[in-house]
Design a protein around this ligand. Structure first.
Ligand code: ARG
Length: 393
């Protein structure tokens, strides 16, 4: 019997896939759940569902450290955001695919399967990596059988597959954020019900008192909060928690998917919003005007590469090199005030700050104002000439 490794989350799609792969594809199914910071219960549930459903072997692969250091930290340095979305799901997919390929090789599997539908982005992200790192056949049962969500539920019920939850939302969660789609959210006129959220409080329920925190960055990545040094994983978790309490990081957007479909997407990304806001503030004092402008271009290209599932494009590595070089000076402290769903930068410091208070001060005399006369006089020369010579009345 041919062996297939199924990227397994324990959700509806992948649970249905186990049975389909056995019954319709006649394969031996090995399941693997890659831990990129989903809730503990989800990881445990996926192991028990897999075992209960006849997966011949189930693996839980802990990739949280790798996800943080090699993906999230790169995204922070790049200020990666696509159409307002800090790319949580998109960032995790290549790593999940890499781990599945590794396992397929170890297990001598001839195929890799995933539970993506034919409408989303993840099919591209998974398959792009799988095809470039292995010669395994790719099987996408839900897409191949053209199943709808209610057909999946029906099939699940008919063969005793345990249904994940009462809620109809499709949720994807990892360290960098939580994505919520489907059900009533598909109507863009419907305000997301409070039960769609779990990481963030509504601003009404957020504490009455503001909280001011200090975030320390070293070479573009966060290393401490209120002077407490934390390791990479701890720091991301801590930021999610603090910002979540203050109701920060709820996103409600119409997003342009790879295939061109517009979809309504809800995200909770408290930590990501807090860190990216602080990171931007630090860049403002440490990078030059031209660097800042170019960083925006890099950021938008970088974000598209991530969103589009081309993490392994050499351009992403090229950009990382340039970003790392630029981020050498993005070291320092940002003070930020969190209150009822909003945040405001209230302080920034860097040993590499290009903001020089003594020179910019109204009280300073070291920069002789009179020396500016010539520079100002000939400023915007071309516009002046155009207005005088060419402009019609
Ligand atoms: N639209 C986002 C992306 O393509 C998130 C998808 C998350 N999936 C989900 N089932 N909610 O990256």
């Amino acid at each position: 019997m041919e062996k297939v490794v199924l990227a397994f989350s324990g959700g509806l799609d992948t649970s249905v896939c186990i049975k389909l792969l056995e019954e319709k594809y006649d394969m031996e199914v090995i399941t693997a759940c890659v831990d990129v910071g989903q809730p503990r219960e989800e990881i445990e549930r996926s192991a028990s569902v897999a075992n209960g459903m006849g997966s011949s072997k189930h693996y839980t692969i802990d990739a949280q450290e790798e996800f943080t250091n090699d993906f999230i930290f790169k995204a922070i340095k790049a200020n990666a955001i696509y159409e307002g979305y800090p790319l949580s799901t998109a960032l995790a997919r290549p790593l999940i695919a890499m781990k599945i390929v590794e396992l397929a090789k170890k297990e001598g599997a001839t195929a890799i399967a995933h539970g993506c539908t034919g409408k989303g982005n993840d099919q591209f992200r998974f398959e792009a990596i799988i095809r470039s790192l292995s010669d395994c056949k790719v099987i996408a049962p839900i897409r191949e059988l053209n199943l709808t969500r209610s057909e999946e539920v029906e099939y699940a019920k008919s063969c005793g597959i345990p249904l994940p939850s009462e809620k109809l939302y499709s949720i994807d969660e990892n360290l960098w954020g939580r994505a919520i789609e489907g059900d009533v959210l598909e109507d863009p006129m419907v305000e997301p019900p409070e039960d769609a959220f779990s990481w963030t409080r509504s601003s009404a329920d957020a504490p009455e008192d503001a909280q001011i925190i200090e975030i320390e960055f070293e070479k573009g990545v966060p290393v401490a909060i209120d002077q407490e040094k934390l390791d990479a994983l701890e720091i991301i978790n801590k930021f999610n928690q603090i910002a979540g309490i203050h109701g920060i990081g709820r996103v409600d957007i119409i997003e342009d998917r790879i295939i061109g479909l517009k979809s309504r997407e809800i995200y909770e990304t408290p930590g990501a919003f807090l860190i990216l806001t602080a990171h931007n503030a630090l860049e403002q004092i440490t990078l030059t005007r031209s660097e800042l402008k170019f960083a925006e271009t890099i950021s938008s290209t970088y974000s598209e590469l991530v969103y589009n599932g081309t993490w392994h494009d050499p351009l992403r590595e090229d950009l990382d090199q340039m970003i790392d070089h630029m981020q050498r000076r993005v070291t320092g402290i940002v003070k930020i005030r969190l209150h009822k769903g909003g945040m405001r930068i209230v302080g920034r410091y860097s040993p590499f700050s290009l903001y020089q208070q003594d020179i910019v001060s109204f009280e300073d005399k070291s920069m002789d104002q009179r020396e500016m006369v010539g520079m100002v006089k000939n400023y915007a020369l071309q516009a002046a000439l155009y207005n005088k010579i060419c402009k019609e009345e």
